[in-house]
Ligand binder design. Structure first.
Ligand code: NDP
Length: 345
């Protein structure tokens, strides 16, 4: 009988072209790792695909030859960690890999702390979404930074995406009037009809600046920035005095040369109009806010006050194509790939 092996995707070529190409990634096979003291071996179920992962590669954060980084939901196969048993579910960072180790000495970004998941408290996939880092990003950027007041106008770009859909609904919960910016008509319809935003305009339409101005007759008080470029240029003239802007992400610029600094230029342009601009890094909000966030968001999701759409693809083989699609708006909802059965479904 042949020995079971691990399959994983790694970076095959330098990520020099602006966006991923068909030969950017390579599927490799290797031995399944053995857990040492204080470690556990886990089988990946869900791989979270997020725009920042392209930035990681372009900035050389990832080692070539290692599995591509990603947050994951996994099931424990073998454990040498007290309190963690085979069959338990965990949030961890196995990356684009069928198996991975967690625990002592396993490298991971400092703020992505592995934790055991209770399937009774929410869908497993939500741990890399609305009840995980993504939800915390929306919570920190909208509730803690933007702090919208009843009646204010809030604009959210990439409004149907993972972060955007949550951020806009949080502003609605705070009593603001919320306008989304999204791509295709079906995304805009979802944003208004299902998520309950007051309006949504399309950045694919050349009339975006006029459409956005018409949708924001009282100007813009809070802008939650996920995109940059032409979308930001449409928002810029509409800021009211005292407006706030959170720069969460600038996906339109993730194909720029690494030394280009679109964020600094955007910040300067908004500040020149008197806008209070804050950069957002979710890692800054884990310590001190994660528990409050979960205590708020868990019930909001369970009660349907925050709705959440996922775009779940199937199979390890689909990872590179799904990732490239997501960077170009091919996802409809938060993008993730299921690479093993989720026994809780
Ligand atoms: P999304 O699910 O929103 O997917 C990305 C979406 O961006 C696409 O579906 C597309 O939507 C839109 N988009 C892509 N290119 C363009 C473009 N050129 N112009 C306009 N829209 C575009 O991803 P996430 O929710 O995971 O991430 C959203 C943002 O939040 C990203 O910028 C990401 O980097 C950032 N982020 C920041 C964090 C932080 O700590 N600051 C943490 C997590 C995420 P459409 O079809 O509607 O155009």
């Amino acid at each position: 009988m042949s020995e079971a092996m691990n399959r994983y995707w790694t970076l095959a070529a330098d990520p020099v072209p602006a966006w991923p190409q068909p030969d950017t990634f390579e599927l490799r096979t290797g031995p399944i790792p053995t857990p040492g003291p204080g470690q556990a071996l886990t089988r990946t179920i869900y791989v979270s695909l997020d725009p920042y992962q392209w930035g990681y590669k372009r900035r050389g954060v990832e080692a070539k030859g290692a599995p591509c980084h990603a947050r994951t939901v996994s099931r424990v196969v073998e454990s040498r960690i007290p309190g963690l048993a085979p069959g338990d579910f965990v949030f961890n960072t196995n990356g684009w890999s069928e198996y991975g180790l967690m625990g002592e000495g396993v490298p991971r970004p400092g703020y992505m702390v592995p934790r055991k998941l209770d399937p009774a408290k929410g869908k497993l996939s939500h741990a890399v979404g609305v009840l995980g880092m993504l939800g915390l990003t929306a919570y920190a950027g909208m509730i803690l930074q933007g702090d919208p007041k009843p009646g204010e106008t809030v604009v959210v770009s990439a409004a149907s995406g993972g972060v955007g859909q949550i951020a806009g609904q949080l502003a609605r919960l705070k009593g603001a009037r919320v306008v989304g910016i999204a791509g295709k008509p079906e995304k805009c319809a979802f944003v208004t009809d299902t998520l309950g935003f007051d309006a949504c305009v399309s950045h694919l339409d050349p009339t975006l600046p006029a459409d956005l101005a018409a949708a924001c007759p009282d100007g813009v008080d809070v802008y939650f920035e996920n995109v940059g470029g032409a979308v930001f240029q449409a928002v810029l003239p509409l800021f009211n005095p005292g407006a706030r802007m959170t720069i969460c992400g600038l996906i339109a610029h993730y194909g720029d040369a690494p030394e280009a600094n679109a964020g600094a230029q955007e910040k300067a342009a908004a500040e020149a109009r008197g806008v209070h601009v804050q950069n957002l890094f979710v890692g800054d909000y884990v310590e001190g806010h994660h528990d409050t966030f979960l205590a708020d968001m868990g019930p909001w999701v369970a009660e349907g006050k925050v709705r959440y759409l996922e775009d779940i693809r199937e199979g390890l083989e689909t990872l590179p194509a799904a990732f490239a699609e997501m960077l170009k708006g091919g996802n409809f909802g938060k993008m993730l790939v299921r690479i093993a059965d989720d026994p809780t479904l």
